[in-house]
Design a binder for this molecule. Structure first.
Ligand code: SF4
Length: 430
């Protein structure tokens, strides 16, 4: 069967894995990051809610009969099927059902949703039995992809122990940890290297949960990094995302010795009240200690922050600014709180009057002339502040100033578009 896997803009890891499963089943597979197909069945891999509103993606789906959609958007299949004229949506992990789905259709399969006689039929997803999988399908141009410095993000495990209110990971993959075997990961990375992929990053919410069995399995984590580093070289391997309460000396030394030597902590806020509201499960003090530990071991520390969270006061935000100043992070990344479908944050925001959300409040402070909302202004201000709080502070150039402003405005605009979409499917998201 001729099957095109379309992963618009970026090759998602899931699209490569499903390509491998279908290739080994004997199908004629082509995978592309462009909106094009050869006329057969199409698997469309989406990674963001906004893609549902992309006119080109909508047109692409509308012009074809046999399009199946997958990705985290599957957490709200009513929204996907309401926006895209797709044959079915995969609502959970796709590896075990994808071949049956494309060969025989969605009827009777777990973890799919589809329209039938004007109604949406859906069945609960079933977690896959083993995460070890066949070699992924590797497109020739994957080696030219650049996602935050890596050609590709691979998965070593799924699930997260955390229950952060804004995050899809525990909702999509669950809160128990399932890991691949090191042999399976090594075989994949060897094949990637052979195909010209030089830089690999490890995704999966929190890297140090690899091999987790009732406690952090440091030996497994270290062995996995050491094995991959031997193949790729430490300059080409990164394991950026870490929870501050799941690192210790051994974990951080492995990051230093076998990867590019950076961690990216999800710090989110400098206010304990906000960390609690986000159900982060850690305190500002925990964040501080993890940063100090990493730095003392020679690991560079980046941190991500969320601003404009429901209930975030100006004082909370000032605490975040002070925290960033004290922490002197090597890099910071700022996001406006985004209601990702399927998360507690999305249902919370949908139940609040919009005037109570910083996303819709007019900013009347220092940046009033820039006509920003309060959430955009905080995003902009913290990005600017990040430059002056680095270990070696840098003056923000005019170009960088404009880029930060553009980024803050763009985030605000995009999240408002997502909010409008979510309002339309409110009944399925509460
Ligand atoms: S620790 Fe990270 S991956 Fe886990 S729930 Fe929180 S944000 Fe998501």
């Amino acid at each position: 069967m001729m099957i095109d896997i379309v992963s618009p803009g970026t090759y998602t890891y899931g699209s490569l894995v499903l390509g491998g499963v279908l290739r080994d089943r004997g199908h004629d597979i082509k995978i592309t990051s462009k909106l094009q197909s050869r006329g057969g069945t199409v698997l469309l891999s989406l990674f963001s809610t906004l893609q549902l509103l992309d006119p080109e993606i909508r047109q692409f789906v509308a012009a074809r009969q046999n399009v199946y959609v997958g990705g985290p958007v599957g957490l709200c299949p009513e929204m996907v099927l309401g926006e895209l004229d797709a044959r079915a949506v995969v609502t959970g992990e796709g590896e075990d059902i994808i071949a049956d789905l494309v060969e025989s259709g969605p009827h009777g399969l777990p973890g799919v949703a589809f329209r039938q006689k004007g109604r949406i039929e859906k069945s609960p997803p079933r977690p896959i039995k083993s995460l070890d999988h066949v070699l992924p399908f590797i497109p020739d141009d994957l080696c030219r992809q650049n996602i935050r410095g890596a050609n590709v993000y691979i998965e070593t495990h799924r699930g997260c122990l955390g229950s952060c209110s804004f995050c899809q990971v525990p909702r999509f993959f669950g809160r128990s940890i399932r890991s691949r075997s090191i042999e399976n990961i090594v075989a994949e990375v060897r094949e990637m290297k052979r195909r010209g992929i030089s830089r690999v990053a490890i995704s999966g919410g929190t890297g140090s949960l690899f091999g987790y069995r009732n406690k952090v399995n440091r030996e497994a984590f270290v062995q996995m990094l050491r094995s991959l580093s031997l193949i790729l070289g430490k300059r080409n391997l990164s394991v950026p995302d870490m929870r501050v309460d799941l690192v210790d000396e051994t974990v951080l030394q492995a990051v230093r010795d076998y990867t590019i030597g950076w961690v990216f902590f999800g710090l989110e806020s400098g206010s304990d009240a906000m960390l609690k509201a986000m159900r982060k499960g850690v305190t500002v003090e925990d964040n501080r200690k993890a940063i100090e530990l990493a730095r003392s071991l020679g690991v560079k520390v980046g941190g991500s922050f969320i601003v404009g969270y429901p209930g975030e006061s100006r004082e909370d935000f000032e605490e975040t600014m002070r925290f960033a100043e004290e922490a002197m992070l090597d890099d910071i990344f700022v996001s406006i709180a985004e209601p990702i479908p399927g998360t507690p944050l999305a249902s919370q925001i949908l139940q609040m009057p919009s005037e109570e959300l910083p996303l819709y409040q007019e900013h009347r402070g220092e940046y009033k002339a820039l006509k920003l909302t309060e959430a955009e202004a905080r995003c902009f201000e913290l990005m600017l502040h990040g430059d002056s709080c680095k270990p070696v502070p840098r003056a923000t150039s005019n170009e960088q100033y404009d880029a930060y402003l553009c980024e803050a405005k763009g985030q605000g605009r995009d999240i408002k578009r997502v909010m409008t979409l979510l309002q339309k499917y409110r009944e399925f998201l509460l």
